[in-house]
Design a protein around this ligand. Structure first.
Ligand code: FAD
Length: 302
């Protein structure tokens, strides 16, 4: 590993943080350290980083805002890459938006609305990056990324940059081709929006925000929905009907406001969350015969 780090240092690829705790980089505020956290500032630095990691066959994982990730207590053996400031670009071109993958989805929705562009109102409460949202095909209020994205530029694990059209990204419910066939990092995206009425856009976003504030425990450290909705059903409804609202293991608690959210009450370990997830799955299966599948990504050494 030291050989790789020396190569990265020689290439001046941005910040290299050894043994960096990952909890503060996630919304759950949980998790052990990465052997190295790399934060390349520019796209060029990112490309060089990935080429070096590929040459040395070092395992790596890419992190956005960590709003859909549970890092284990032991942390990640290898390199975690987080995109830096140079990938937070934003440019409007008529009804199209060119945006860097590190740009925040909430800010993107707000900025697009201010331009009088409609289509991204659904994303006004999704606290991830553009890259993480494309990877997850994040969505809400009846829409998702696949309905507004035109194309994405992705960096393959070999260090090659390619542009994929929306129909080449294999989107389905909270899933994209980036999960399985492609070990790739989204670097930029183009969204195709429509001109709309600024006041109507702002009103829709305010309604969605109000609904979230009433229905989600946003004052706590949480990730989003812990489990995917099973076809034709809602994970939150099943968990609630299994009597699990308020169920506690260590510092992790099933939210009493929204049963598909697990709260870190301030002292939860990743193991507390994992044990609680197992318990929820077992209870829901026993009661309804339905196997809940996690939406959050569990990362790191078990
Ligand atoms: C309060 C709250 C509310 C939420 N509401 C919603 C909601 O309504 N709808 C919804 O869909 N989600 C919701 N989420 C979950 C989360 O915000 C989304 O899944 C989001 O898209 C994750 O983005 P991120 O940047 O935080 O990615 P991370 O959590 O950091 O990573 C998630 C996955 O994306 C990958 N990834 C990250 N960046 C990139 C990149 N540049 N290129 C390729 N892959 C990448 C990671 O490797 C990881 O596998 C919510 C979360 C919270 C905390």
């Amino acid at each position: 590993m030291q050989q790789v780090i020396t190569a990265l240092q020689n290439e001046n690829i941005g910040q290299i943080l050894p043994n960096e705790p990952l909890g503060p980089y996630t919304t759950w505020k949980i998790g052990g350290p990465a052997d190295f956290l790399l934060i390349p500032t520019t796209k060029d630095q990112l490309v060089r980083t990935v080429k070096i990691l590929y040459e040395h066959q070092v395992p790596w994982f890419k992190l956005g805002k960590g709003s859909n990730v549970l890092v284990t207590d032991k942390g990640y053996r290898g390199v975690v890459i987080k995109l830096g400031e140079g990938l937070e670009t934003l440019q409007f071109e008529d009804h199209r938006v060119h945006v860097g993958a590190a740009y925040g989805m909430i800010k993107l929705a707000v900025m697009s609305g201010k331009q009088g562009l409609t289509g991204l109102e659904f994303a006004g409460g999704i606290p991830g990056t553009v890259g993480g949202a494309i990877y997850m095909n994040a969505g809400a209020h009846g829409s998702d990324m696949s309905s507004v994205l035109k194309s994405a530029e992705v960096l393959l694990n070999t260090g090659e940059l390619v542009t994929l059209r929306v129909d080449e990204l294999g989107f389905s419910y909270r899933h994209s081709k980036l999960h399985d066939d492609l070990k790739a990092i989204v670097t930029e995206a183009i969204f195709e929006l429509s001109y709309g009425d600024r006041k109507e856009i702002a009103a829709a976003m305010a309604t969605f925000k109000d609904r979230r504030l009433r229905t989600q425990p946003l004052q706590f450290a949480v990730a989003g929905s812990v489990f995917r909705n099973p076809e034709g059903n809602y994970a939150a409804k099943l968990i609630e009907e299994a009597g699990l609202k308020g169920y506690v293991i260590g510092g992790a608690e099933v939210s009493t406001l929204h049963a598909n959210f697990i709260i870190n009450s301030g002292r939860a370990s990743a193991q507390d969350v994992l044990t609680l997830m197992d318990h929820v799955q077992a209870c829901v299966f026993e009661r309804f015969g339905i196997q809940l599948i996690p939406e959050v990504m569990v990362v790191g050494e078990r």
